[in-house]
Design a protein. Structure first.
Length: 476
């Protein structure tokens, strides 16, 4: 294992700063590395590098850009064990999930390697026979990329792959809890020959100040943000000052609907995936379980049995299904949500309410959830299952849509007509029908309502990084 990169990566060079911040293991606070704490001046240098590099990169033949992206994806896979171990150390997630994340993250680079050569334009039949109307797609320019800590590799590559394929250059600011994964990808990008300035990384502990400064830089023409709705709204407001393009992948409050004719074993299997990946800390985590009354008891019984089997522990232990949550504030928030629900009448059907003092949270199942409880409206981001019953399909849909968020929704039913009818009625950018895992590079990932806008992955993922140019040409 080569030494972990700890400095800012600007214009193809590793730049050490005097100020540094500590990255620690969420399991036991063991120090992993002290990382350069980039300041506003470093952010400016990175933007200037991205601006200079844009001219050459955007003019490179698209298939050549694709070849480099493909090489980077392959390089990640060749190093998957080391990258996964690094992810488990800085994020705490179970090692099997870190491995899955590295593969998922690499799949975006492979996908966009192909898409680079498919940024097609169009010709439009003109009313005037002496005219030809062409539409081309041009890269928007240097892009600022801001990512969260919960998927340090995948949230980066979903953006980096699309941006570089389109011909844009990137300045990335990773989350302060997990900068090492992004720096590791920068190292591999350098190794496979991504030119200097095309991909820059500025780690910082002062997200608001240095991140805000980066986003406000004149040369940045687009902002791609994944994180909380609160910060996303602030970023959009600030971006208005310079009319920068923005895409926002924000929080979720996913309903998981189990209808009376569902295959309950399949629903339980899907629930485990949708709820417990990354210890419940995913934007697509099932947050509210809505079960039609006739099967409520049977579903809860099967779920209880399956959840009781989950192994809670250190991420590096291969048996672990649920690792620590990211920090103390997260542990306290989850404990507060459970306490509020219990105070308002929820029943604990499995586990013990967390006390907020430990980051290692054992799964809890609550039933009797009502809309007055804070966890009905709040992204839990932890291993807590909240069960509510619905009298019929219509009530289940109304409950599912009773949220400001709209990222993903899940529904379990065997009835083919019902599957499509309910999927259409659910207010979400994505719907899993008898499926607890929807994320994949070839499909458009993204939300509606307070979950943001823009799509990542799929053939649509590149759209946000291109401007349409219409050319009217007179030929006679
Ligand atoms: P967060 O909003 O606190 O931070 C996200 C990123 O924004 C971090 O890099 C942070 O340093 C940076 N940041 C914070 N304030 C900033 C500011 N004022 N200016 C510029 N940058 C700033 O979110 P988080 O806690 O890191 O991540 C969890 C959230 O992300 C959850 O709400 C989750 O649902 C969401 N998320 C969404 C998706 C999606 O695709 N929709 C995917 C993963 C996570």
């Amino acid at each position: 294992m080569s030494e972990v990169k700890r400095d800012a990566f600007i214009d193809g060079r590793w730049v050490a700063g005097e100020a540094r911040f500590a990255v620690t293991d969420p399991f036991d606070d063991a120090p992993i590395a002290d990382v350069t704490d980039a300041d506003e001046a470093m952010a400016d240098t990175a933007v200037a590098a991205a601006e200079r590099a844009f001219a050459g990169w955007s003019r490179r033949a698209a298939p050549e850009r694709g070849t480099l992206l493909g090489a980077l994806g392959a390089r990640m896979l060749a190093d998957e064990r080391r990258l996964a171990e690094l992810c488990t150390r800085e994020n705490g997630k179970p090692i099997k999930e870190s491995l899955a994340e590295v593969r998922y993250a690499a799949s975006f680079l492979t996908w966009f390697a192909g898409e680079a050569g498919r940024v097609y334009g169009e010709t439009i039949p003109a009313s005037n026979p002496a005219q030809r109307l062409l539409v081309t797609r041009e890269p928007v320019g240097p892009v600022a990329v801001i990512t969260p800590w919960n998927f340090p590799y995948a949230m980066l590559t979903r953006k980096l792959g699309a941006a570089l394929a389109a011909g844009c250059t990137v300045v990335a600011k990773p989350a302060e809890a997990t900068p090492l994964g992004t720096l590791a990808i920068a190292e591999l990008a350098q190794e496979v020959g991504v030119p200097a300035g095309v991909f820059n990384v500025v780690p910082t502990s002062r997200a608001r100040e240095v991140g805000g400064h980066l986003l406000a830089a004149k040369a940045i023409r687009k902002i791609s943000f994944t994180g909380s709705t609160e910060v996303g709204m602030l970023i959009m407001k600030n971006a208005a000052a310079d009319l920068k393009r923005v895409s926002l992948e924000l929080g979720g409050n996913a309903p998981f609907v189990v209808l009376s004719d569902a295959d309950l074993d399949a629903a339980v299997a899907g629930a485990l995936v949708a709820k417990f990946r990354n210890s419940g800390q995913t934007c697509v985590a099932a947050n509210r379980f809505i079960v039609e009354e006739p099967v409520a008891e049977a579903f809860a019984g099967k779920l209880r049995a399956a959840v009781a089997e989950l192994h809670v522990g250190r991420g590096s232990d291969p048996r672990t299904d649920v690792g620590p949550v990211i920090d103390d504030a997260a542990a306290r928030k989850i404990a507060g949500l459970v306490a509020d629900a219990v105070k308002r009448g929820a029943r604990v059907v499995l586990g013990t309410p967390p006390d907020g003092a430990s980051r290692l949270i054992h799964p809890v199942i609550l039933d009797g959830i009502t809309p007055e409880m804070a966890l009905w409206r709040t992204e839990i981001f932890g291993p807590v299952i909240a069960l509510r019953t619905a009298a019929d399909e219509g009530a289940a849909i109304a409950q599912a849509n009773d949220t400001e968020y709209g990222l993903v929704a899940y529904v379990y039913t065997r009835d083919g007509a019902r599957q499509l009818r309910v999927a259409e009625a659910l207010e979400a950018g994505m719907v899993g029908v008898n499926e607890g895992l929807v994320s994949t590079a070839q499909a458009p990932f993204g939300g509606i309502k307070h979950s943001g806008f823009g799509r990542e992955g799929s053939r649509h993922g590149i759209d946000d990084y291109t401007n349409l140019k219409y050319i009217a040409q007179r030929i006679g």
